[in-house]
Design a protein around this ligand. Structure first.
Ligand code: PLP
Length: 426
């Protein structure tokens, strides 16, 4: 697989390089030089999840990973199901929260961990990543205990749920966590500054495991196929994606380029609506990030957006394929209550996607919204909004009583650099 840097099109890298480097120069995202179109979609959809995913990933990645290795990697990474739950007559939720940290980020993070372990054998690597909640947990669990890989996770202090925090700050060993006094965008900026600093990047063999890594995106393509595979009626399909950094949506659009029959995507955001406003006005005007109930989507400068733009610019997709919608806090809660009335308990992120889906859905269409997290991960909010108790699944119950091990510091790059070298320097 060959990829190029969207900011420096002359910079071309292999899949292995793109996975290990994360970002190209000038913080440019890597983008596939060529995306194929599959002619055997129906046959692919008949395969079981792991087998189909391995086939798709093998066609994309090519000879850099031998097929038998890839089969093992995919089987290890995708060892949990992605069921489609029927919510209403023509509306389904694709439940992506049955992995170890109960959020869809398990798919991407677990496949990425497999890729790095395979492609960087023996080399020392430091994963540095910013999280608005779920990435941290998924990355921490995916890499916990792997040889030669240290993980440092930055997250906005007091801006994620306590349970969510416990999921990744209690592991120890090769997993280091730092609470930053600031918001998620500042955490993301600190990661960018670290990568821009040659001394830090090379000295610590930095790699970013956040949603910009191409291996995570490729992994996420697979569950869009799994969603469609479970549908009996595949015409006129709308998929609503609760979006923050827009990695999830990017993967869906890649799946569409590969030939998956999707009529339209709905990019659903909360009040952090940079993309919906841009889609209406043509003006890219990020505002200060607002804290919302769907906090994993509290992102005002979505870092995967340039890849979606590239899909349109390079003629892979037509702009009419995408609809955007922003859902405010009141409607998010209303949506959770409407889902509960239909017998489906959900959490704020999926509720945003459901609301935007029902606004877009027309006669004769089938709608899928992505369930990106288990409701118990947002227990306080869900209990408050629905007025009924939510029980904790075992993975959460186990960490709830453990002590967090995080350091805490301001949103200041020189201070962070010092900490990083103390934690993981030679
Ligand atoms: C990360 C996350 C999102 C947003 O996904 P992006 O790929 O960043 O757009 C939505 N919901 C939940 C629960 C998440 O953890």
């Amino acid at each position: 697989m060959e990829l190029f840097n969207l900011k420096e099109p002359g910079e071309r890298v292999s899949f292995a390089q793109a996975v290990k480097q994360g970002l190209g120069s000038k913080q440019g995202l890597f983008f596939p030089a060529h995306l194929p179109r599959f002619e055997d979609i129906d046959a692919l959809l008949k395969l079981p999840l792991a087998e189909r995913s391995s086939e798709i990933l093998s066609r994309l990645i090519g000879s850099e990973i031998p097929r038998n290795r890839l089969d093992d990697m995919v089987a290890t990474a995708f060892n949990f199901p992605a069921p489609l739950a029927k919510v209403e007559d023509n509306v389904y939720c694709l439940e992506l929260f049955h992995g170890p940290t109960l959020a869809f980020k398990d798919f991407g993070a677990r496949f990425m961990a497999q890729c790095l372990a395979e492609l960087a054998k023996g080399e020392k690597i430091t994963i540095l990543t910013a999280t608005s909640g779920d990435t941290g947990a998924a990355v921490a669990h995916a890499f916990h205990g792997l040889d030669n890989i240290q993980v440092v996770i930055l997250y906005p202090k007091d801006k994620i749920s306590l349970l969510q925090e416990k999921l990744f700050t209690t592991l120890g060993d090769n997993i280091h966590t730092i609470a930053i006094e600031g918001d998620f965008d500042q955490c993301q900026q600190l990661v960018k500054s670290s990568f821009d600093d040659e001394e830090t990047r090379q000295g610590l063999h930095l790699n970013s495991a956040n949603s910009i890594n191409i291996s995570r995106l490729l992994a996420q393509i697979c569950y869009y196929f799994e969603a469609v595979a479970q549908l009996e009626q595949r015409d006129n399909l709308l998929i609503s994606v609760p979006s923050g950094n827009f990695g999830n949506l990017t993967a869906g659009m890649f799946a569409r380029v590969l030939g998956l029959p999707v009529q339209r995507f709905v990019a659903s955001t909360n009040l952090n609506d940079t993309v919906p406003r841009y889609w209406r006005s043509g003006q890219w005007q990020p505002r200060a990030t607002k804290a919302t109930l769907s906090n994993a989507m509290d992102v005002s400068q979505p870092n995967n957006w340039p890849r979606i733009e590239a899909l349109f610019e390079q003629g892979y997709l037509d702009k009419a394929l995408l609809r955007t919608d922003a859902i405010d806090e009141e409607y998010t809660q209303l949506s959770m209550r409407q889902l509960a009335a239909l017998g489906y308990i959900s959490e704020p992120h999926a509720a945003v996607a459901y609301k935007a889906l029902t606004r877009a859905l027309e006669q004769g269409q089938t709608g899928i919204f992505l369930g990106t997290a288990h409701p118990a991960k947002f227990r306080d909010t869900v209990e408050n909004v629905l007025g009924q108790p939510i029980s904790l699944p075992p993975a959460l119950a186990e960490v709830a009583g453990k002590e967090g091990l995080s350091l805490c510091q301001g949103a200041d790059y020189p201070a962070l650099k010092k900490t990083l070298f103390e934690l993981v320097g030679e």
